[in-house]
Design a protein around this ligand. Structure first.
Ligand code: ADP
Ligand code: MG
Length: 731
């Protein structure tokens, strides 16, 4: 049987395969080889024992100094203590309570690789019953292992339960020696141009390197392959998309676009004009637009999207606007209707010629209202249909769907996009908007099949947001926070108070003196650190002297949609001063008089999330203030909060975020045992490599779209599609 990367591991290394599968989910030869060494030992340079700590699991290279067998005092039998030394002469004892066989192996002068857990006995460092392997002149039973230990660097793998360090090296060696046929997804031309080794050579170089430089080169090549395959998959998807037909849409003479631009009370920023020009060009093409529009909250994306929608209506089509939540759908409907004014009143008194209608579809609508809106969509009377993703996808017939605008992409996957597209005869154009800034590497890796536009500046006159971290242990600061909220309310402004959980009515009361933000008593049945809940904070603020005179509402995901809408409406209208809420207010909610946001247990939120949240304040003509309250003033959470307080540049924060988080989180993929998401690439670090892989991969696919001449690449893409459906799914 020819052994390949897809051969089952247990057919090659019967002894360790079950344990590797159980502990690491490794089932094939290729998966074993993708499990790269954590570090290397250089036999020429012994380890430095001075740095060892008790309890540490180590793999060491050392020289045997002496081996002494002595009788044990309190027990029968004898023990062996072999003392090994590092280069500086530092000593370590290898202790065996059953000396058999070890005496013959651990002869003074021999070099050994040993692994075990460090402990101390009578002030001497020791490894008790370590695994070890002699390096050098003695022939070992296993030729691959001997070779691995005798030449170049010795690989050290992250410990796997039930497989010792030496067995691990031996298993990898068996796999490497058995491999016969290793197709290489990276074409020979690309390898030649970049001076890369082929795949099999790379595996040898990384698992049994002669030199440090060699293993680094091999790792680079494995990363490059990963990026290359992803880019090739995206390029193929893109080419398939381009082959689909779409109806070109252009603004009409004296049409809606023109009329709307005359109505706009401001000029578009240079950035908006540039994006609009790209969008307009895309819409005029006969293959569907796939464009991602990213820009800070308030950077003016919605205006651009609305102009795109009007362009499509002018061109005889309809546009759907999909929002992630009902609250946001309703808000979009309200603001679009308001911006369009008489232009949205087709057939109504006061409507203008060429006007259109804006339909709204939500789950909480009365049946009759919903039916009327569905009819407007199906008849084509509504040029714009606003609703939640689920609703529009499942229930709505369009007369002529020409454009789909998706607000907040991270809840919108490829499947939904495909489903929508399947509704129309010709594919609609797609514009995705996101306020979460996407670092370039993430954009290229996750959204590589879309064009990307970025709005970098906010329209002039936007007010700054100041952010402070408030330590919960300083009662006077907490107290000051709530006074500040009251002061803003007195000026007719509004405040958000964000909590990490909803909680229950019976949650314990909070400190009645200084207000929420200080220590919290654990609620019944609550595990982990006690956190502020919406219900208890709402109650506490109503009781707190500083805020008891304010009108305080609450909002969370367990409320009925109609109730949520009513509360949001009251807050927007100024019938409430303070809104205590979970992160349901995160995206898009627009209340211009909101000037303060207090985030409780701010350390529980991620960087991007905090940045999104604070974008809710300072949206009108008043500056915004964001107070991040926390009980945890050290470590990574402190760094996160400080970063958020230090800058309002979303792109800077996105990069900090990327460096702090695991890749899997970034990609929104499940992290089951690290087998989904990226294997080798680090999006925070590998920008240059990804750009290179992108160029090479797109060139290869443009040359040979079906990859007829690149079967190994084609197969690897198929594997990627199958194995990492979740990854490309953009969760
Ligand atoms: P986003 O969707 O990116 O959050 P919006 O399009 O909702 O941003 O714009 C935020 C606010 O700024 C809206 O009130 C909008 O009318 C206003 N706005 C948009 N573009 C401009 C501009 N060029 N000049 C002034 N105000 C603008
Ligand atoms: Mg918006």
């Amino acid at each position: 049987m020819a052994v390949t990367l897809t051969t089952r591991l247990r057919d090659v290394v019967a002894r360790t395969a079950p344990k590797l599968e159980k502990a690491r989910g490794i089932t094939t030869v290729g998966e074993l080889l993708d499990f790269l060494p954590r570090s290397y030992l250089d036999p020429a340079r012994p380890s430095d024992f001075a740095t060892l700590a008790d309890g540490e699991d180590v793999v060491l290279m050392a020289t045997v100094k002496q081996a002494v067998t002595r009788r044990m005092r309190n027990r029968r039998g004898s023990m062996l203590i072999a003392t090994v030394v590092d280069e500086q002469g530092g000593e370590l004892d290898l202790t065996f309570f059953k000396p058999y066989g070890h005496e013959q192996a651990l002869v003074p002068g021999r070099r050994v690789v040993c692994s075990g857990t460090v402990s101390s006995f009578q002030r001497r460092r020791q490894l008790t019953h370590p695994d070890y392997q002699v390096v050098g002149p003695r022939r070992l039973g296993d030729p691959g292992l001997a070779q691995a230990l005798e030449s170049g660097l010795v690989p050290v793998y992250t410990a796997t339960k039930g497989v010792n360090a030496v067995q691990m090296i031996s298993s990898v060696q068996l796999a490497l020696h058995a491999l016969e046929d290793v197709p290489d997804p990276v074409p020979a031309t690309v390898r030649a141009r970049r001076g890369l080794p082929d795949l099999l050579t790379a595996y040898w170089m990384v698992h049994q390197p002669e030199t440090e430089a060699e293993q680094r080169k091999a790792r680079w090549r494995l990363k490059f392959q990963e990026a290359f395959v992803i880019q090739a998959a995206l390029a193929q998807r893109r080419m398939a998309d381009d082959a689909v037909r779409a109806v070109p849409r252009r603004a009409a003479q004296a049409g809606l676009v023109e009329a709307f631009r005359r109505r706009l009370p401001f000029d578009l920023t240079a950035g908006q004009q540039e994006v609009l020009a790209s969008v307009t060009a895309d819409l005029a093409g006969d293959s569907p637009m796939h464009r991602l529009l990213q820009g800070e909250v308030g950077s003016g994306k919605t205006v651009v999207a609305l102009l795109a929608m009007l362009t499509v209506i002018d061109g005889g089509g309809q546009a759907a606007l999909l929002a992630p939540t009902e609250v946001l759908a309703q808000q979009h409907h309200r603001s679009i209707t308001a911006m369009l004014g008489p232009l949205a009143e087709a057939g109504l008194l006061g409507g203008v010629e060429r006007a259109t209608r804006v339909a709204l579809l939500t789950g909480s609508q009365p049946v009759a209202e919903r039916r009327a809106n569905l009819l407007m969509a199906a008849s084509g009377e509504a040029g714009i249909v606003v609703g939640t993703h689920a609703l529009i996808q499942e229930h709505v017939q369009f007369a002529e769907l020409g454009l789909v605008v998706v607000d907040e992409q991270h809840r919108f996957g490829v499947e939904q996009r495909d489903a929508l597209r399947a509704k129309a005869g010709d594919a609609p154009h797609v514009l995705v908007m996101t306020a979460t800034p996407i670092p370039r590497t993430v954009a290229m890796t996750v959204y590589g099949d879309m064009e990307i536009s970025t709005l970098r500046e906010l329209p002039a006159g936007r007010q700054p947001i100041t952010t402070h971290v408030v330590p919960g242990e300083l009662a006077s600061w907490v107290d000051r926070t709530w006074r500040r909220v009251a002061e803003e309310a007195a000026k007719g402004h509004r405040a958000y108070v964000v909590c990490p959980r909803i909680g229950e009515e019976q949650d314990p009361d909070l400190d009645a003196e200084t207000g929420p933000g200080g220590p919290v008593a654990p609620a019944e049945g609550q595990e982990g650190k006690p956190l502020h809940g919406v219900l208890q904070v709402h109650r506490a603020l109503q009781a707190l002297p500083a805020t008891s005179g304010l009108r305080i509402g609450l909002l969370h995901g367990r409320m009925a949609p109609a109730d949520k809408e009513a509360v949001m409406g009251a807050f927007a209208a100024g019938d409430l001063d303070v809104l205590v809420a979970t992160t349901v207010i995160e995206v898009g909610v627009d209340v211009r008089d909101a000037t303060v946001m207090v985030v409780l247990d701010a350390d529980r939120f991620g960087i991007s999330q905090l940045h999104q949240l604070r974008g809710r304040v300072g949206r009108g003509d008043q500056p915004g203030l964001c107070l991040l309250m926390t009980q945890e003033l050290d470590g990574p959470s402190q760094e996160r909060l400080d970063a958020v307080a230090a800058t309002t540049d979303g792109f800077v924060l996105a990069r900090v975020d990327l460096e702090q988080r695991r890749e899997g989180d970034v990609l929104g993929a499940a992290q089951s045992g690290g087998r989904s998401g990226l294997r080798f690439l680090r999006l925070a670090r590998d920008e240059e490599l990804i750009v290179g892989a992108h160029e090479d991969a797109w060139a290869v696919v443009e040359d040979d779209p079906d990859l007829v001449g690149h079967p190994a690449l084609r197969e690897e893409i198929a594997r990627l599609d199958a194995e990492r459906a979740a990854f490309l799914e953009r969760g």
